[in-house]
Write a protein that binds this ligand. Structure first.
Ligand code: ADP
Ligand code: MG
Length: 307
C-alpha cells in the first residue's frame, strides 16, 4: 500500500501477532552465503541488538538467515524467543563435535530464520578448547559442513550472523576465522574509536594466520542521538576512516529497541513501524544490496529487486 516496508503493520500494533512476516519487495539474494561476524570487544554497544534485528529484517525480506549465538550470555536467544535450557547449543558444537544440524532451531514467527543457541555453559568452551589442535578453526569446520549440507539439499542459507561476546578471546577468534565479513556496531561515544584499534589488531592477526578473506565490510552506528554534538563528531570521524564500510543509516537510540528483548522479540516484530525498526530495515536492505553486486560493479546481480 504505502511503501514496501510492512505488509502487516496494522497487526503489529498488537505486538503479539505471530504470522509470516515478509516485505512486499523482497531483498536480493547474495551470490553465495555471506557469513558475518558481529564484533566489538566493548560490551553494550549494540552487537546483539544489531545481529538479531538485521537477521530478522533480512528474513522478512525473504532471505534464509542463521543467527549463531556465540555469547555465553545468550542474549541473542532471548531476543529471538528461544528457550535455551532444553537445547544443546554452541558449546556442544565447539567442544563435543555435535553437528550444527542438531542444535539449529527455527525462530518462531519467521519462515526462514534459524538460530544456533548458546547458554552459560559456553563460558567454559574457551578453556576446554585449549588443548585442541586447530582450536581457532572449530566453528569454521562445523559451520562450513552445515552450510554445504544445506546447499546440497537445495535450502541454501543466504546470511549467517555470528553474535560475539564482548572480548577478543577464542570465541571471537573462532567467529573471525569462520566469517568473510565483519560487521562492527559502533556506539557514538567517547573512546569508541580507540576500542576499534584493538579489534583491528586482532583482525590483522587472524588474517595473517587463519583467514585471509575476512575483512571489515560493514559499520553500523548504534544508539545514535543526532541532537548531541559528540554523536555527530564520532559519526564524521567514522565516515572519514571507513567511507565505504559505514552504512549511512544510523540506528537511533529508541525505547522500543530496548524494550523488545524483554518480550522475547526483535524490534522488527515488536514494533515494526517504530524508528529503530525502520532504521534496522534500511540497514539490512543496504547490506543485501551491497552483497548482491558483483565486485567492482554497481549492477544488481539478482533480479529480485530490479525486475
Ligand atoms: P552488546 O551485545 O554489544 O553487549 P546489546 O545489543 O546487548 O549490546 O545492547 C546493550 C543495551 O543497549 C541493551 O540493553 C539494548 O537493549 C540497548 N540498546 C541497543 N540498541 C539500542 C537502541 N538503538 N536504542 C535503545 N537501546 C538500545
Ligand atoms: Mg551481546
Amino acid at each position: 500500500m504505502d511503501d514496501s516496508r510492512e505488509t502487516i503493520s496494522g497487526q503489529m500494533t498488537e505486538k503479539k501477532v505471530i504470522g509470516i512476516r515478509r516485505l512486499k519487495e523482497p531483498m536480493p539474494t547474495p551470490l553465495k552465503t555471506r557469513v558475518f561476524t558481529v564484533a566489538n570487544q566493548k560490551g553494550g554497544v549494540g552487537k546483539t541488538t544489531t545481529a538479531v534485528n538485521i537477521a530478522a529484517a533480512l528474513a522478512m525480506g525473504g532471505l534464509k538467515v542463521l543467527v549463531i549465538d556465540l555469547d555465553p550470555q545468550g542474549n541473542a536467544c532471548t531476543a529471538l524467543g528461544i528457550d535455551r535450557n532444553e537445547l544443546p547449543g554452541m558449546y556442544e558444537v565447539l567442544v563435543n563435535d555435535l553437528p550444527f544440524s542438531e542444535v539449529v532451531t527455527k525462530v518462531s514467527g519467521f519462515p526462514h530464520l534459524e538460530c544456533a543457541p548458546a547458554d552459560i555453559s559456553l563460558a567454559g568452551a574457551e578453556i576446554n578448547m585449549v588443548s585442541f589442535v586447530s582450536r581457532e578453526g572449530r566453528l569454521k569446520l562445523a559451520l562450513d559442513k552445515f552450510l554445504a549440507q544445506r546447499e546440497a539439499s537445495g535450502a541454501r542459507i543466504d546470511y549467517v550472523l555470528i553474535d560475539c561476546p564482548p572480548s577478543l578471546g577464542l570465541l571471537t577468534v573462532n567467529a573471525l576465522t569462520a566469517a568473510q565479513e565483519v560487521l562492527v556496531p559502533i556506539q557514538c561515544e567517547y573512546y569508541s574509536l580507540e576500542g576499534l584499534t584493538l579489534l583491528l589488531q586482532t583482525l590483522t592477526q587472524v588474517q595473517k594466520m587463519l583467514n585471509q578473506t575476512v575483512h571489515i565490510s560493514t559499520i553500523v552506528l548504534t544508539m545514535f542521538d543526532s541532537r548531541t554534538r559528540l554523536a555527530n563528531d564520532v559519526a564524521n570521524s567514522v565516515r572519514q576512516h571507513f567511507p565505504n564500510e559505514l552504512i549511512d543509516i544510523p540506528i537511533p537510540r529508541a525505547v522500543r529497541v530496548s524494550e523488545a528483548p524483554s518480550f522475547n522479540q526483535t524490534v522488527m516484530t515488536y514494533d515494526a513501524a517504530s524508528p529503530g525498526a525502520v532504521a534496522y530495515m534500511g540497514v539490512a536492505r543496504e547490506i543485501a544490496l551491497r552483497g548482491s553486486r558483483e565486485p567492482g560493479n554497481n549492477n544488481l546481480n539478482n533480479g529480485a529487486n530490479s525486475a
